[in-house]
Design a protein around this ligand. Sequence first.
Ligand code: ADP
Ligand code: MG
Length: 627
Amino acid sequence: MALLQIAEPGESTAPHQHRLAVGIDLGTTNSLVAAVRSGSAEVLRNTDDQPLTPSVVRYFADGRVQVGSAAKATQAEDPENTIVSVKRFMGRGLADVARYGALPYRLVDAPGMVRLQTAAGVKSPVDVSADILKVLKVQAERALLGNDEGELAGAVITVPAYFDDAQRQATKDAAQLAGLTVLRLLNEPTAAAIAYGLDNAAEGTYAVYDLGGGTFDISILKLTRGVFEVLSTNGDSALGGDDFDQAIAAHWRKVHGIASADMKDLRRLLMVAREVKERLTGAPQAEAEVTLRYGQSLRLRLTREEFHALTMPIVQRTLVPVKKALRDARLTIEEVKGVVMVGGATRMPHVQAAVSALFGQPTLNNLDPDKVVALGAAIQANALAGNKTGDDLLLLDVIPLSLGVETMGGLVEKIVPRNATLPVARAQEFTTFKDGQTAMAFHVVQGERDLVKDCRSLARFELRGIPPMVAGAARIAVTFQVDADGLLSVSARETGTGVAAEIAVKPSYGLSDAEIAAMLTAGHAHAREDAGLRALAEQRVEASRTVEAVRSALAADGAILLNDRERQAIEAAMQALEHAATGDDPAAIKSALAALGAATAEFAARRMDRSVARALTGKRIDDVTTP
Ligand code: ADP
Ligand code: MG
């Protein structure tokens, strides 16, 4: 695949001129920016000289915006205006967000995406993410350009593999708002695999185990000839390092009899728990002091053994989605060639031990697990900016749910199947239903079920200006195109005249991974029921199409070609069919269709004879016989 050309007109693309492009891991808990410098990828440090910037944004009444560790440090004081884990709100409506449980924010319902009422005004998740990205952009420019004039060529931004259209689009919008050119969105597990150089390694199947602050993702990647394909993804959007903090805090509350459920005390306890948890990764025991609201001061201790005993059930919970992902990819554990560890929480020794025990092999963990995604994104950005010569880097991802259009009878015609690798373009031909039909409405849907009402509606558009023809004569090619970032556009074109219509799907809000999982399970569970409903709907469509055709034939030629008795027989059969179509027995409709077919056979034959006779009028027999 040709790489993206991003040279401005008049600007040189000579190989010696290194174009500056960065990789950004816009994380739920922490965000990072990395770049390739003198041949190797490195994370760029922030003004606190830290590689990780907490994804925390605090808004002040005077409009000031604070991002990172300063905002995080004062989170307990001003939870309402300090937005954490905004990534979970991207592309989500109020109803989705309400399911996350109690949140300290003033949520505002808005079409498309939820909004947050802050001291500095109403903010959308896109605004908040853009504020994080702006800081990363400045950080990158300072590190890479110093005082030089110049500009970043662009950024590769990572997203979870399961992110749907709405979440990807929201991420792109945030980048644009922050003044960043998005070279492409890259799946996080794919970025991690690139950081480990697996794209240069032997072909095979790899698992990427990503345990972050609040989310757990497992992805199964297949590498063929330097190309990654996401075979399956699974995970838990409410499971991560935070749960370990919660377990420690709950333990201390029990041991020290801290009954008060004061929000601020709880937050302080959680912060200390997190500190102790992180220290236990490198030490057999750790302790810390906490001062609670009413001046009560406590020394809190924990040994690694106690910690492991407390949290082993959480570690075990991550193994369930791992097994599901393997099953979805139709793989056994033995077929997995390597396991990449991603996310700060995979530093914990008992997490590493459990994962390597499950896979029966040591995990790949020699890179910093909270940096690998950014490093891989930097390598990809560097290649896309044209700094890498030689082998092209083509990365494939898959679409999580099938895409299709609504057809007559409320049925879904799937056009791009689930798990198709991106980018993908698929076309299918449709035709008109009625004689003289000049417009056609398209309803684009996503899901695995057979009926439109059980799928998710993405967009509607119309094709107008189809020349009037008899039903079934127009040929309308509908093309679905999903680009490398997972964004969809649909076009329809009447092939005879070339009239066309197109729509870029920018859905108002997306599906959560739980919903995707639910829709998939429902697809399997209802397969038999759906098949019955599909048969019924298809027969109904066939019935109404036939009635329509017979009616128009009767209007045109009934009076000349039929006597009264013949005409009545056809009308009776037509009524019987219409009646059967209101019932829900596909077999009854089928037999009524056959009866109407029989009743109209003679009429059809006469029409045929007559049109042949008409065609022959005035022609000599030699002209029409083939030699
Ligand atoms: P995200 O992908 O959600 O942005 P990260 O990959 O940065 O998150 O992981 C953050 C989580 O990793 C936090 O729960 C943090 O406490 C945990 N973590 C970071 N370092 C360590 C460590 N040394 N030991 C245990 N947990 C750690
Ligand atoms: Mg992460």
